[in-house]
Design a protein around this ligand. Structure first.
Ligand code: UDP
Length: 231
């Protein structure tokens, strides 16, 4: 594996608190990503925003404006996690699809690939820059653009199940599943727009639990215990 796109859910960063940041969780992720980078794998990162805000959070304000707040939440997350990554010895860069003045750099494919090739962990903050999209869509879009080998989807659950494991104790976990089946059975691993983009552009995915010990490193070392999504 030469280049991967790691998607971290905003909620997973919040740990038990479910909001804001849980520093211990972020440091744990940082140490794993450092190990992955040190082994020569190039890492891009997309982070959700659910630990602060979702477009659907308020019914009283305009959806476009609400989504803009969500996109800004992802910028805060990326700046924070990027700094935690630096604190354990990695080089990082935060890109956004809109101008953020001195806070981040404008995303272009060329600039991002240049960073990745230099071993800089490259954050894609601010979503796609458009309302009505999600950080799942951002993940597939950027993974395709930077020509990643695979998407690493680190979630609160440890893989893809045939039904919601929180609601159904008999839910069965898949070791491997095709993206077509994910779409046909409407399995809620990513939103539909993102899943269809993965299918059309043949972008495979590894889905695993962020809170499982050493799961990011294990996934890349072949000790994978989540669900592989084939295309
Ligand atoms: N968002 C957006 N466009 C994007 C990415 C994100 O409008 O391209 C907004 C949207 O409001 C979303 C929020 O940012 O609810 C946080 O993103 P995330 O994907 O974590 O949201 P979720 O899928 O959990 O709603």
């Amino acid at each position: 594996m030469k280049r991967v796109l790691l998607k971290l859910s905003g909620e997973a960063l919040a740990g038990e608190k479910h909001t804001g940041f849980d520093e211990a969780t972020c440091v744990q992720v940082a140490k794993q990503v450092k190990e992955v980078c040190d082994s020569g794998v190039q890492v891009g990162v997309v982070i959700g925003g659910g630990n602060f805000w979702r477009g659907r959070t308020s019914e009283n304000i305009d959806r476009t404006k609400s989504d803009q707040i969500g996109m800004l939440a992802t910028v805060m997350n990326c700046i924070y996690v990027s700094e935690i990554f630096r604190s354990v010895g990695m080089k990082t860069k935060v890109f956004t699809p809109f101008t953020m003045g001195p806070m981040a750099e404008m995303f272009t494919k060329d600039a991002a690939v240049e960073c990745l090739e230099k071993g800089v962990v490259t954050f894609f903050a601010g979503g796609t820059g458009h309302p009505y999209f999600s950080t799942d869509t951002t993940t597939t879009l950027r993974a395709i653009e930077i020509e990643a080998d695979v998407i690493l989807l680190a979630k609160a659950v440890d893989g893809i199940y045939d039904s919601d494991p929180k609601l159904n104790p008999d839910a069965k976990k898949y070791d491997e599943i095709s993206i077509q089946t994910v779409i046909d059975q409407k399995l809620g691993v990513m939103d539909l727009t993102a899943s269809i983009m993965c299918m059309e552009n043949k972008m495979p995915m590894m889905v695993f639990g962020l809170n499982e010990e050493n799961s990011i490193v294990n996934t890349l070392k072949g000790k994978f215990s989540g669900t592989k999504v084939t295309v």
